[in-house]
Design a protein around this ligand. Structure first.
Ligand code: NAD
Length: 493
């Protein structure tokens, strides 16, 4: 991979602080490895408490001038960033595939979703406005204004390294805050390239900093008194820890956790279409999506027909290196992650589910070092099993029969997560029941993956979300600003 300012000659990923690239000074680190080829791409040196402190200090210095910069000027770098991301889309796509393992189409789609957030943030002069009222009392006018709060940080996961930083960064900056990004130590390359591109815009130095690292770096961010708020996306145990620790340290916090997503197929659904959508919902990105469906709950009257259709389609999927044409499922992030997914498959067998398609024997020619696993499908999964209740984060789908939609919704609502669910149906009445009764943040109807576009917030409930204001859209404006009230009277002289 070509050398760049964001990596040292030996491949060490650099931090970006106060407009300068510099090496993190933490004591440990880890290799960044292409999950499909096993090739070492770079090295993430972790940031120390001092590195985090320097990043926050630079942000606080930049904040005074940045928050006073007119909002129309603050959004110009976002227009520039949108152009740069479009121009460099194919290069970023390739970075993402090498770093993460997903396919080229998936990587491109992810970046598109990220760019959408930059586009939305360009409209912040309108979104930032608050209410005002003339003659609220005799001779008194009142108005509310939104003010930025200082330096915010985002801690992001490995599975969408191109999109998730952009759920936060554009909104933080356009609302007048400064920002520290701590990407996943497993996949730091796309974030580095993103920050390089930001360096080509007119954004002043110090408004955006990049600090690389792992849990210790996160702790330093959570405890730093100069940080006003934390956005987190990752697994449930860490999300809960981040939520509690950031709150204890007096910060605003939004923490998105792990998920287990379900899909219901009723007897009035278009079965072939539902199977097609289920397939992509489960197996896209190798199942490493917080919106991936792991369980399809199917009405008994169409269960066999649906299973047959789904298996016929699943057998056609090609697993391989995401940069090659014709690949449907890329590599999983790391060997220990493959082991964890294999363990789930073994558990499914021991729990008595019927293994209808086994992806464990797969080897990809030419990429024997890759972290590959083929699509795996279980039938007759019981509602109280590990397979039905725990997040797998791999290409494993379970089918569960249900008597009717009420039984299916009751099962969904009894689970620990509440990120996304979809319903496939031809019945408006079923759709209405689902919308009203499913206790889930993102609901799809005849849509396999209920991923909201950037102008809507990204829902999530129960163990999938800790906080109140979500990522993306208008919620971000509320998270990144506080409202002041102006009450004015101007008596005649
Ligand atoms: P992770 O929790 O291991 O890591 C996420 C971030 O937390 C990383 O930046 C990592 O450095 C940091 N971290 C890890 N362990 C930590 C610790 N003990 N203390 C402090 N910080 C720590 O998650 P991951 O494996 O990178 O990502 C996959 C998970 O993220 C899945 O559970 C997935 O469902 C979830 N996810 C959720 C959403 C959502 O919107 N709800 C979106 C994407 C991913």
């Amino acid at each position: 991979m070509a050398e760049s300012r964001s990596r040292s000659k030996s491949g060490e990923i650099q931090n970006h602080v106060g407009g300068r690239w510099k090496a993190p000074t933490g004591e440990s680190g880890q290799d960044v490895v292409n999950p499909a080829t096993g090739e070492r791409l770079a090295y993430t040196q972790f940031s120390s408490v001092a590195d985090v402190d320097e990043a926050v200090t630079e942000g606080r210095k930049a904040f005074e001038e940045w928050r006073s910069t007119p909002v129309v000027e603050r959004i110009q770098p976002m227009f520039e960033l949108k152009g740069l991301l479009e121009e460099n889309l194919e290069e970023l796509t390739e970075f993402l595939v090498r770093d993460h393992g997903k396919t080229r189409t998936e990587a491109r789609g992810e970046l598109r979703r990220g760019i959408e957030n930059v586009e939305v943030a360009c409209g912040i002069p309108t979104m930032l406005q608050s209410g005002s009222l003339l003659n609220a009392a005799p001779g008194i006018d009142e108005s509310a204004v939104r003010k930025p709060l200082g330096v915010f940080a985002a801690i992001t996961p490995f599975n969408f390294p191109g999109m998730i930083p952009l759920w936060f960064l554009p909104y933080a900056v356009a609302t007048g805050n400064c920002f520290v990004l701590k990407p996943s130590e497993k996949v730091p390359l796309v974030a580095s390239r993103l920050v390089e591109l930001i360096g080509e815009t007119s954004l002043p130095d110090g408004v955006v900093q990049l600090v690389n690292g792992g849990p210790e770096t996160v702790t330093a961010l959570l405890e730093h008194e100069g940080i006003a708020g934390i956005s987190f996306v990752g697994s449930t145990p860490v999300a809960r820890h981040v939520y509690e620790t950031a709150a204890k340290n007096g910060k605003r916090v939004q923490a998105q956790g792990g998920a287990k997503n379900y899909l219901i197929v009723t007897e009035t659904a278009d079965i072939q279409f539902a199977a097609e959508q289920t397939l992509s919902s489960c197996f896209a990105c190798g199942g490493e999506r917080c919106l991936a469906t792991d369980i399809a709950v199917v009405e008994e009257s169409v269960y066999d027909e649906f299973a047959e259709e789904l298996l016929a389609q699943a057998r056609q999927l090609t697993v391989g290196y995401g940069l090659e044409d014709g690949v449907d499922i890329g590599a999983l992030i790391a060997p220990d992650h493959v082991d964890a997914v294999r363990e789930f498959i073994a558990t499914g067998i021991s729990e008595g589910a019927e293994l209808l398609l086994d992806g464990r024997g797969l080897s990809v020619e030419g990429y024997e070092e890759g972290n590959f696993l083929g699509p795996t499908v279980f039938g007759d999964v019981g509602p109280e099993t590990v397979l039905a209740q725990e997040e797998i984060f791999g290409p494993v789908l379970g089918l569960m029969p249900a008597a009717d939609i009420d039984e299916a919704i009751e099962f969904l609502n009894g689970t620990r997560f509440g990120n996304a669910a979809s319903l496939f149906t031809g019945s408006g009445a079923d759709a209405r029941t689902f919308r009203h009764q499913a206790d889930i943040g993102n609901l799809g109807i005849n849509v396999g993956t209920a991923a909201p576009m950037a102008f809507f917030h990204f829902g999530g409930r129960k163990n999938s979300f800790f906080g109140d204001l979500h990522a993306q859209g208008e919620d971000m404006i509320h998270f990144y600003t506080d409202k002041s009230i102006y009450i004015e009277r101007w008596p005649d002289a």
